[in-house]
Design a protein around this ligand. Sequence first.
Ligand SMILES: [Fe+2]
Ligand SMILES: [Fe+2]
Length: 301
Amino acid sequence: MPHRSLPQAQTPESVAQRLLRTSVAHSFDPATDIDWEAPLEEGAWFCVPERLSLYGTPLWEKMDQRQRIELSRHEFASLAGVGSWLELCLIQMLARYLTSRNLKDPRTHYALKEMGDETRHVTMFGMLHRKLDCPEYGPPAYLRRVFTAGSLAFQDLTTFALTLVTEELLDRFQREIARDERVQPLIRRICRIHVIEEARHVSFARTELRHAMAHASPPRRAFHRHLTALAASLDVPCLLDPALYRAVGLDPDEARRQARSNPHFKETMLWSGEKLIAFLAETGMIGRAQYPWWRRAGLMR
Ligand SMILES: [Fe+2]
Ligand SMILES: [Fe+2]
């Protein structure tokens, strides 16, 4: 598979230094930069309705406007809950990456800065959960166990590829939400803050992944291609906790079945993964052997 190193002018160190400078200029504190006291707007959505898992299904046609908006509230809470767990996993992966790095290196400093950003994001999503008054959504128990065992095999390649899986997917949903005036101002504000800070993380992960791929042996690249694809096939389908369907008064088995076979939602997932898949393929992090896993993740046709 092709893999390209960075353009000469851009070294991982220069990228980290640039990201450290922009972090100083554009960072947010969820405790002071969000108005948590403002009431939620009556009749406003919590996600872009056309991106909801049941949009366009027979169940959707039977739901009234109030129930559809409720579904959007719980789907966003699920994305925030599972997303927070994934960000905690990322903090662990970064901490492991840092144990073998030089403390004087700007790449080390930026990874530490990113860990700090993620602690604020997890706090922000936790405060949002409280505000939305939803059950605490998260990944299934088996995924928590798989991460604990499987992450022992993660190295730089898997750390940064899996970082991108979480960040680039959620980024696509959140950019759209931030622009959509039908969505609650609180949700749009949170998405805007997250998109700004995550853009730096994506830049860092892309740079580190290119660099790591350019220096890895073919067997090591092959192993981490498989591991990344396997992990993505397990975690991406868990972004929506099926408990949310019961919370909005739907039969959870039927709702899950309709969501899984919903052509509209399949297109949404493919759309969310477009940039990610193109980048991973370009860097050589996806080969033909991994296509079935990426299809299982819902990110490839
Ligand atoms: Fe984040
Ligand atoms: Fe991030």
